[in-house]
Ligand binder design. Structure first.
Ligand SMILES: Nc1ncnc2c1ncn2[C@@H]1O[C@H](COP(=O)(O)OP(=O)(O)OP(=O)(O)O)[C@@H](O)[C@H]1O
Ligand SMILES: [Mg+2]
Length: 308
């Protein structure tokens, strides 16, 4: 069975439908992105899978276990980094790790080794005896990740792992996520940031208003939702704008300086066509620049709010 299997998973808060019959599965070893705008139902889904809130309808299996009926078994194999840290502000980094490990019943000697290993891995050795509340945001996020890994889970849930972090800390967290995944950890990552999802995840599922609205790998999603791109091109010899305008896939063509500026719907076939035309004239392309679709535009298109 896959690492996570979800069938018609649904959550009502009183009468409010927060997650609406969603189905998907995550393979072992996958870095799966769960992308959606604020209020889409991401955290609610994570909380149902981790047994922190009750499933209203449908089924879920995490590592083959049901969060409804086998929560203890689920908890043993998962780690959760919630959107707001669950660690204790007044305890030191070291104490937080030991406390978390004790809750999992890890023996003292093994736990001490594991805590050292994690502090090293997350580059927090020099903060060992600092209180959690004294850490920077990025360090807090890293320690929260470390604590979620203390019992060596097989599946890690990351809820908005880089929210509020600056560029450098965000990259540090991204490279940790990649490294953990390369070492075999299955990761379920929620984010509202399409750059993060495109950057990290092999497969992305997009959720809005509780419903799954798209799924695929970043390239597929870009291709499906990108609409038009801008291609700038120039040749070593003459070629007319009329001829270029007639190429299928060219929406608009204009001259700009010595080059052409083309709005295209299908850049690959347009480029092939341009190369062919140049060849038949015994000239060649001497400059080409393709401005791809903007990730944020793609995101707004996917969630159907491109004019927002
Ligand atoms: N405990 C709750 N009681 C009632 N409604 C809730 C509760 N928790 C969440 N909701 C509602 O359910 C919907 C989904 O919320 P959720 O926190 O899952 O969204 P999210 O995708 O994680 O958003 P964000 O990106 O802002 O974290 C929202 O409309 C929210 O107001
Ligand atoms: Mg959330």
């Amino acid at each position: 069975m896959d690492a996570i299997v979800v069938k018609n998973l649904t959550k009502y808060y009183d009468g409010f439908l927060a997650v609406d019959h969603i189905s998907f599965s995550v393979k072992w070893g996958e870095l799966f992105g769960f992308l959606g705008p604020n209020g889409a139902g991401k955290t609610t889904t994570v909380r149902m899978l981790c047994g922190l809130t009750r499933i209203s309808e449908g089924d879920a299996y995490v590592a083959g276990y049901s969060p409804l009926r086998e929560l203890k078994l689920v908890k043993k194999v998962i780690g959760l980094v919630p959107d707001v840290s669950n660690l204790y502000p007044e305890l030191t980094c070291w104490e937080n790790l030991l406390f978390t490990g004790e809750m999992y019943g890890i023996k003292k000697e093994e736990l001490v080794n594991r805590a050292y290993e994690l502090l090293k891995l997350f580059d927090l050795m020099d903060k060992k005896d600092s209180k959690f509340k004294q850490l920077s945001k990025g360090q807090k996020r890293k320690l929260t990740m470390a604590a979620a890994l203390v019992h060596k889970p097989k599946i890690l849930f990351l809820d908005e792992p880089t929210i509020g972090l600056d560029v450098r800390s965000r990259r540090a967290v991204w490279s940790m996520i990649r490294e953990l995944n390369e070492n075999g950890l299955t990761i379920f990552l929620t984010t509202h940031n399409i750059h993060e999802a495109f950057n990290l995840c092999e497969r992305i599922m997009v959720i809005n208003k509780g419903k799954v609205i798209a799924a695929g790998n970043p390239t597929e999603l870009k291709r499906r939702f990108s609409g038009s791109e801008v291609l700038e091109v120039s040749f070593t010899g003459e070629i007319s704008i009329e001829e270029i305008s007639q190429i299928p896939g060219v929406i608009k063509a204009s001259r700009s300086g010595g080059s052409f500026k083309l709005v295209v719907s299908d850049p690959i076939s347009v480029i092939e066509e341009l190369v062919g035309k140049a060849r038949s004239r015994r000239i060649s392309l001497n400059y080409m620049y393709l401005r791809g679709a903007d990730a944020e535009e793609v995101f707004l298109k996917i969630i159907g709010e491109e004019h927002a």
